[in-house]
Each structure stands twice: as structure tokens, then as C-alpha cells.
Design a protein around this ligand. Structure first.
Ligand SMILES: Nc1ncnc2c1ncn2[C@@H]1O[C@H](COP(=O)(O)OP(=O)(O)O)[C@@H](O)[C@H]1O
Ligand SMILES: [Mg+2]
Length: 283
């Protein structure tokens, strides 16, 4: 276990799992999941690197960095894209946003609100869909887990993360819009696989996490039906348990903390811990 919180882990040649969290629609629980899984995996002694691709910067905020653009000392992924620094140089320690204490074993590459220009910046680059595959060797062999938190679209940023993944995690809710987003994501993976399968790209989803299920039928039978349909359609790919609707999640969002740190005893935190276990993230 890495306890040194001042220097990112060296290359030990270990196998690094690269998990890309994606969905075809916004608001499907990706950033909440990324922050909770990263915190829990680190708490279980794994070395974890989180790379966020969203201009909204939720996962960066949940892991301790409210507004990286406001601090000139902090490099972001956009600086890496602009060749102002390397991915390695952009690594910062994850930290508790209230106490400021570093979270042992957890590192991240920060997001910038300029990430909405990523597709434009990559437009003229040769083999632009492989942008992340070119950068990742700088962290492979150093971390047990790299978690990539995608934005809610399937633009070039997400495409690069799908191609570079060793495991693709589809995130959804028990609602029609998010369930349809899963289909859009599958179509995109199938399309990309035709061109990038030769370099080992995954040919489909490896995991599906339902990030905000209803608690009771009183909240609407339609939600249960959609959840059942997702489980029927995808079988074992769907991780147990479903994370149920829990007010502690939006509360943890306001507190800028992963829900597993904000309220470890909450139902949502307990469910995230089990999801991480089901995904074998604790070594
Ligand atoms: N289990 C849950 N219970 C209640 N609210 C949730 C739950 N999971 C996510 N949310 C809320 O849904 C919104 C979107 O979640 P987020 O993780 O940011 O999704 P994404 O990253 O896919 O856009 C947030 O406001 C979050 O607080
Ligand atoms: Mg998000």
C-alpha cells in the first residue's frame, strides 16, 4: 500500500486496470460513482488515478479541487493536451475537501472548464480518437486502477476513453432517458471497435451500474419496469446492488465529498462499497 502522499507511485510494472465510466446521457451517476469507487479502492490499499474529462469538473471537485482553473499552480488535462506539461506532471493527490488532508493512494488529473474545447483541439491531430491511448502509458504500471470519468456525450473525449479502456462501465438510472443512453453507448462502442479492435479495444460493455434506482413502487412502477428490463437485457453485466435514491448523495455533492466519506453509514455509501467489491476493485 502506498502511504507516501507527496509523490505519485513509481512504475512497478504492475497490471493497471483502466475503467472508463460512460453513458450516452448526462446525469446518470458517473461522477458520483467515480468518486465513491476511487475513494473506496484507495481506502482498501489500492493505488488509484482518476482522470476526469468533463468541463463540469464534478469528480475533481468531489476529490478535493473546487476550481482548478482558478489556481495557476495547478495543471489540468487541458494543459496536457496543449503540451504545456505531461500527464505524469499533471498528477495531484486526491484530498478531503473539508480538512484538506490527502487521501492516501489516490491521485488525479484535474478537469478544466476548457474541456469543452477538447474535440476542437483534437480535430487536426492524426488518429485523434487515440488521444488518451497515447497518454496513458505514463501512468500504466504505476497504479492498480485508472478511473476515467466521461462527460455525458459520446464526443472525441469519450471516444478516446472507450478505446483506451481495459473495462467499460456503462452508467444508467432506472429511467427511460438514461436507459436509452446505454443503447447509444453500445452503438458507439460497436462502431469504434470496427476500427480500433485491432489494438485490443473492448468490444462491448463490461459492467453496468444502475446509479439511482427508486426505493419503492410508490415512486412509480415505470422505474421498476425499466430496471427489470435493463437487468433482463444485460444479465450478469449489471452489477449488484442498484444504488437507490438517497438524499445523502445530493448532500455529499453540496459538501464536495464522495458519499462514502461524507456519510459512510448511508444506504448509498454502503451500496457503493458493495459495487466496488462486486467489481473486484479492492485487490
Ligand atoms: N443514488 C442517488 N440518489 C440521489 N441522487 C443521486 C444519486 N446518484 C446520483 N444522484 C444525483 O444525480 C445527479 C447526477 O449525478 P452525477 O454523478 O453527477 O451524474 P453524471 O456524472 O453522470 O452526470 C447529481 O445531482 C447527484 O447528486
Ligand atoms: Mg459527471
Amino acid at each position: 500500500m502506498t502511504t507516501d502522499t507527496s509523490t505519485p507511485p513509481p512504475n512497478t510494472g504492475r497490471t493497471t486496470r483502466v475503467l472508463t465510466l460512460a453513458s450516452g446521457s448526462a446525469g446518470s451517476g458517473k461522477s458520483t460513482l467515480a468518486a465513491a469507487l476511487a475513494e473506496q479502492a484507495a481506502a482498501h490499499g489500492q493505488t488509484v488515478c482518476v482522470i476526469g474529462l468533463d468541463r463540469q469538473r464534478d469528480v475533481s471537485r468531489l476529490l478535493g479541487y473546487d476550481n482548478p482553473d482558478a489556481d495557476e499552480e495547478l495543471a489540468t488535462l487541458i494543459d496536457v493536451i496543449d503540451n504545456l506539461c505531461t500527464l505524469d506532471e499533471a498528477l495531484v493527490p486526491g484530498r478531503h475537501s473539508k480538512s484538506g488532508d490527502p487521501i492516501a493512494g489516490l491521485w488525479l488529473v484535474l478537469e478544466s472548464d476548457k474541456l469543452d474545447t477538447l474535440s476542437v483541439k483534437l480535430a487536426g491531430v492524426t488518429a485523434r480518437e487515440m488521444w488518451l491511448s497515447r497518454l496513458l502509458p505514463q501512468v500504466l504500471g504505476r497504479f492498480d486502477i485508472v478511473l476515467i470519468d466521461c462527460p455525458g456525450n459520446l464526443d472525441l473525449g469519450t471516444q478516446g476513453a472507450l478505446i483506451a479502456a481495459t473495462e467499460i462501465v456503462g452508467c444508467t438510472k432506472s429511467q427511460e432517458k438514461e436507459a436509452r443512453g446505454l443503447t447509444a453507448l453500445e452503438d458507439k462502442i460497436a462502431h469504434l471497435h470496427k476500427s480500433f479492435g485491432f489494438m485490443g479495444m473492448r468490444d462491448g460493455l463490461d459492467w453496468i451500474v444502475i446509479g439511482e434506482g427508486v426505493k419503492g413502487v410508490s415512486q412509480g412502477k415505470v422505474y421498476f419496469d425499466i430496471e427489470r428490463q435493463v437487468r433482463e437485457a444485460y444479465g450478469d453485466l449489471v452489477v449488484q446492488p442498484t444504488i437507490r435514491d438517497d438524499v445523502k448523495v445530493p448532500e455529499s455533492y453540496s459538501a464536495s465529498l464522495p458519499v462514502t466519506l461524507y456519510n459512510p453509514k448511508s444506504e448509498a455509501a454502503a451500496a457503493y462499497v458493495k459495487v466496488g467489491e462486486a467489481m473486484n476493485l479492492y485487490g
